[in-house]
Design a protein around this ligand. Structure first.
Ligand code: DAH
Length: 347
């Protein structure tokens, strides 16, 4: 029995280090310790061992079992390490130079956002941010767009479940609902409630609409909002600022024009068009770029500003539209596909 055990262990010691795959390992394991394995067979012989030898033989068998288990464990650990190494691929040498060519580049939307805020900072505007999760009050009600207004219908979209909690987005009333903001105009209200006039802010950010994606629409896109509140602000100031912005961004030849429109939070309200005949790939004489107007007295009242004292203008525009004009991009979807061939053209 002792010799048989020693022979068995010698065989295991020779065989286990050579096993190369898991199936080989499982087969070898079965041959030694499985129900029909060699060690199992030897253990069955214990019954025939004379009583006085049983303790000695039993001890030998136990030692053999332990030694065999050590071979199994070592082989399994070796196979697992090999499998992991195969999954990880060749070793990485961190001090080697990176295979990436050069530093990254800014996204075209980032470039336009930065350029616009730079242009606006030059004339005294401060950049502020607002939350993308908004409440009905800031997104609609405070902007003079009540629940039954048709203008709200078109934007009344991505509501969050009533149980959703956003500790960093304050509500005006406890039971109003959260939604993804449909425009950056909500930042006007948050800014006015937080501070006092004069106010001169620009707020770029992401907005969400129930739009089906195509070359010119996306369910989320970016806007840039401006609000100016001071004494004796007029439409002329608004027009002058828009002329200045677009001439700075798109060249001195750029002209702007106003078309009467309706927005609940401005009176009068306009849509803004740009002349873009000098821009590459844009062959329309006028292209719509955003909305604007003089802040409605009702909005001032709602935030506690005296409309007899304070006046102001506001406007909002899409950043994608601007970037498409500036760079001659003809499909909005390019912005979101993260294709390096597209992105590196703006380095
Ligand atoms: N919020 C409008 C939109 O998303 C754009 C807009 C219009 C912003 C008039 C304004 C404004 O500040 O005064 O279509």
């Amino acid at each position: 029995m002792q010799d048989q055990l020693a022979a068995l262990l010698a065989k295991a010691a020779a065989e286990f280090p050579t096993l190369a795959t898991r199936p080989d390992f499982e087969a070898a394991k079965a041959r030694f310790v499985g129900p029909n394995g060699e060690l199992t067979a030897l253990m069955k012989q214990m019954g025939g061992v004379p009583k006085e030898q049983k303790p000695i033989v039993g001890k030998l068998v136990n030692e053999a079992k332990t030694a065999l288990q050590a071979h199994l464990d070592a082989a399994l650990a070796r196979l697992e390490a090999a499998e992991l190494a195969a999954r990880l691929g060749p070793a990485v040498d961190p001090p080697l130079p990176s295979p990436d060519r050069g530093p990254g580049t800014f996204h075209p939307l980032t470039l336009v956002r930065e350029e616009m805020t730079r242009i606006l900072r030059k004339v005294g505007f401060t950049v502020v941010e607002g939350p993308e999760v908004e409440t009905e009050y800031y997104c609609f009600d405070a902007l003079n767009t009540p629940a039954d207004h048709p203008a709200r219908d078109a934007q009344d979209t991505f509501y969050l479940p009533a149980a959703a909690r956003f500790g960093n987005v304050s509500k005006k009333t406890p039971d109003e609902r959260y939604l993804l903001r449909t425009h950056t105009s909500s930042v006007q209200i948050r800014t006015m409630l937080k501070g006092s006039p004069p106010i001169r802010i620009v707020s770029p950010g992401r907005v969400y609409r129930r739009d089906t994606t195509d070359a010119t629409h996306s369910a989320n896109f970016h806007q840039l909002e401006c609000l100016y509140v001071d004494k004796n602000v007029t439409v002329r100031d608004l027009k002058a600022l828009l002329d200045y912005i677009f001439a700075s961004l798109l060249g001195k030849e750029t002209k702007t024009r106003f078309r009467p429109h309706y927005f609940g939070y401005t009176e009068p309200s306009f849509e803004v068009d740009l002349s873009a005949t000098h821009l590459p790939k844009v062959n329309k004489p006028w292209i719509e770029i955003g909305g604007c107007g003089m802040v409605d007295p009702v909005v001032f009242q709602d935030v506690g500003y005296d409309p007899e004292v304070w006046s102001g203008y506001a406007f909002g525009m899409g950043l994608e539209r601007l970037a498409m004009l500036l760079y001659g991009i003809d499909d909005i979807r390019y912005f979101y596909q993260n294709d390096v061939r597209f992105l590196k053209q703006f380095a």
